[in-house]
Ligand binder design. Structure first.
Ligand SMILES: Nc1ncnc2c1ncn2[C@@H]1O[C@H](COP(=O)(O)OP(=O)(O)O)[C@@H](O)[C@H]1O
Ligand SMILES: CSC[C@H]1O[C@H](OP(=O)(O)O)[C@H](O)[C@@H]1O
Length: 400
């Protein structure tokens, strides 16, 4: 087995040239690193005709912090394996794995450079008609086909072991469920937000509801999640949607991925109050974001229930009303997790460009306050909603 070494551009190029056959032996290749995520190296290797592949390599530490935050290379294996599994049930919406080398923590991926990262596009006010249904399809199928409702019991349990991802899950446990609700050196927010943060950290009802969500995240191995469905992990164009970067994948509560996605749309919603000054344009974008959330939730529910009725051997789903009861709980969880995403992206370690790029600090502060309040109310009130219609009404009332 080859010993791990972190690549530079020359080594990435040599690897693609000598260890894969994507390019003809005589091709003149060029390579550069352009990763902008928090954790890994991302190289593009291309020839003179602009044929290209992406080589992603995990570092033995978190890129955004440096060697003082060591991190397992196992995350490359997890990421490639989740992509393969999710790609089997959702080939249209999952980036293709072309080659992998777990010892070197390398995954070679199809190059999606002809598409755009959703976060940047939403920040610029672009909209995508298929986004809601594509993401709903991905979330419903990946979650149903990796759940106990579909997999034979022994296979499901073996997969839970294969996808145990303790180090990456610990990051989520800290950043989503612990840090924002206590003093932590990792927290990051302006002094002016301190009164609201202190109130949040003293709010026992919020802490109780977050404790419930954390318990679910820790011990509810419902299905194989992507684990980090934010708008920076989604490539889009007007016809396609592709999910990348599931290195936080593990068997967890189904609502977590849907909640993370909705949370990122809502962060953008809050930011648009200050990003777009023309009222009609802002109204249109707000309407688009709200509609995307509602359509995604409704489509997710519909597809999931259809799969539950047509693809499951599990006797429990034959109990009248059980599938509906199950999915209603998933949706409540999703809105709760969504609230934790809003809060951790506002006052925790990892922020989002939607808010950070607002230049005027006063305007940015207003957005941060709104995101915090929205997150808090979703966490508190979602558990009391019965259906997706109630959840949608709750959201509308909070956005007014
Ligand atoms: N398959 C791909 N095609 C084109 N660009 C990609 C691809 N995968 C990643 N990238 C680029 O690299 C960046 C970081 O990738 P990502 O997987 O999010 O890394 P990290 O794991 O460090 O968060 C993305 O924002 C995107 O610009
Ligand atoms: C130190 S990890 C912080 C944060 O980064 C991850 O996102 P990405 O790698 O896609 O930028 C994930 O959301 C983690 O919570």
């Amino acid at each position: 087995m080859v010993d791990y070494t972190a690549f530079d551009s020359a080594q990435a190029l040599e690897y693609v040239k000598n260890q894969t056959n994507f390019f003809a032996p005589e091709a003149e290749l060029t390579c550069y690193e352009f990763g902008d995520g928090n954790l890994n190296l991302v190289f593009r290797v291309h020839d003179e005709q602009s044929n290209s592949v992406i080589l992603k390599q995990a570092l033995p530490y978190a890129r955004c912090v440096g060697e003082s935050w060591p991190l397992t290379l196992e995350r490359a294996r997890i990421e490639a394996s989740v992509l393969v599994r999710h790609g089997e049930v959702c080939p249209q919406t999952t980036v293709k794995v072309l080659h992998r080398n777990d010892a070197l923590a390398i995954t070679v991926l199809e190059d999606l450079g002809h598409m755009q990262i959703l976060r940047a596009q939403l920040c610029e006010g672009h909209t995508y008609t298929n986004l809601a249904t594509d993401v709903a399809d991905y979330l419903a199928k990946t979650s149903f086909y990796h759940s106990d409702f579909y997999l034979p019991p022994a296979q499901k349990k073996a997969l839970v072991t294969e996808f145990t991802n303790p180090e990456l899950c610990a990051i989520t446990e800290d950043l989503f469920f612990d840090d924002p609700y206590r003093y932590s050196e990792r927290n990051n927010y302006p002094d002016e937000l301190q009164p609201q943060v202190t109130a949040l950290q003293n709010n026992q009802a919020v802490k109780l509801a977050v404790a419930e969500l954390k318990a679910k995240f820790l011990s509810c191995a419902q299905s194989l999640l992507h684990g980090d469905v934010h708008t920076g992990s989604i490539f889009v164009d007007q016809t396609n949607t592709k999910l990348i970067d599931p290195e936080f994948g593990f068997f967890g509560p189904i609502g977590f991925d849907l909640g993370s996605f909705i949370g990122n749309l809502l962060l953008n919603y809050c930011a648009q109050h200050k990003r777009i000054t023309e009222l009609p344009k802002r109204r249109d974008l707000h309407a688009y974001l709200l509609n995307t959330i509602q359509t995604c939730v409704a489509q997710f529910e519909q597809t999931w229930l259809h799969l539950a009725k047509t693809q499951s051997q599990d006797l429990s789903l034959q109990a009248e009303g059980y599938a509906e009861r199950f999915i209603n709980q998933v949706l409540r969880d999703a809105y709760g997790f969504c609230g934790t995403e809003l809060i951790r992206r506002t006052i925790g370690l990892a922020h989002v460009a939607d808010i950070e790029d607002i230049e005027n600090p006063v305007a940015r502060l207003e957005v941060q306050k709104q995101a915090l309040l929205l997150g808090e109310q979703l966490i508190l009130q979602a558990p009391h909603c019965n259906t997706k219609e109630d959840l949608s009404q709750l959201l509308i009332s909070l956005l007014l």
